[in-house]
Design a protein around this ligand. Structure first.
Ligand code: B16
Ligand code: MG
Length: 217
């Protein structure tokens, strides 16, 4: 069984990937850099500056650090306006049931999102009070696939990694959970999330087909 369940945010609890895409797309268009929804998959779970570098690498121009910082801020300001309208209706199916299932068993609930906007997003979703601990992405030096953010949450609970599980939609995120020494539930395509202990196509049956299955092991 396990004593803590650590959630990723984008792609697991809500689908902000499209808003990230719209903001990156506007930036790329302004710079004349090709970028489409397929390219966007590479940015899942990847931090802001790493995402920017992925896009800028497709340009033949070079960008100094000050310009990169300005471009990242421009994208983020746009993203923040896009997420202003997030409401409880944007919660993915099965998430509230998963929280209830965990609470009923006294299992701690943590958040390990690479997004520095995670506090605003969970507030908009109306679930900020459901987490016993929220990692501060800005205070974690190494992003996913490094295990740091998942270990930070387990440490905050005072639990060993073996006492925690993680839920992720991104390959880099599943790698981070496994590198932390935790069991992983992947949400999405099993051929991409190969390292996960269990993969579900979506979150609708997360409690019954995911959380309960790992609790029994
Ligand atoms: P921000 P997650 C990640 O969140 C997103 O999947 C990724 O696309 C984004 O670039 C990253 O957060 C950083 O977000 O620019 O808001 O700090 O999936 O780890 O919850
Ligand atoms: Mg994600």
């Amino acid at each position: 069984t396990y004593r803590a369940c650590i959630f990723d945010l984008d792609g697991v609890i809500t689908d902000t990937a499209h808003y990230h895409f719209l903001a990156w797309k506007a930036l790329a268009d302004g710079l004349g850099i090709p970028f489409n929804e397929d390219d966007n998959h590479h940015l899942k779970g990847v931090g802001r500056m790493e995402s920017l570098d992925f896009i800028l690498a497709r340009s033949d121009r070079t960008f100094d650090a000050a310009t990169r910082g300005r471009l990242a801020t421009e994208k983020n300001d746009h993203y923040k306006t896009l997420i202003k309208g997030i409401s409880p209706a944007d919660l993915l199916p099965g998430i509230l049931e998963a929280f209830d299932w965990l609470d009923a068993r006294g299992i701690r609930i943590g958040l390990a999102s690479a997004s520095k906007n995670a506090p605003e997003v969970i507030t908009g979703l109306g679930i900020a009070g459901r987490f016993h601990y929220v990692a501060d992405a800005g205070a974690i030096p190494r992003g996913k696939p490094a295990p740091d953010i998942f270990l930070d949450v387990a440490n905050a609970f005072g639990f060993a990694p073996e006492d925690a599980i993680g839920v992720e939609d991104a390959a880099a995120g599943v790698t981070a959970i496994k590198a932390a020494g935790m069991r992983a539930i992947g949400i999405g395509d099993a051929s991409i999330l190969k390292e996960a202990d269990l993969v579900l196509p979506d979150t609708s049956a997360l409690a019954a087909n995911g959380l309960a299955v790992l609790a029994a092991q």
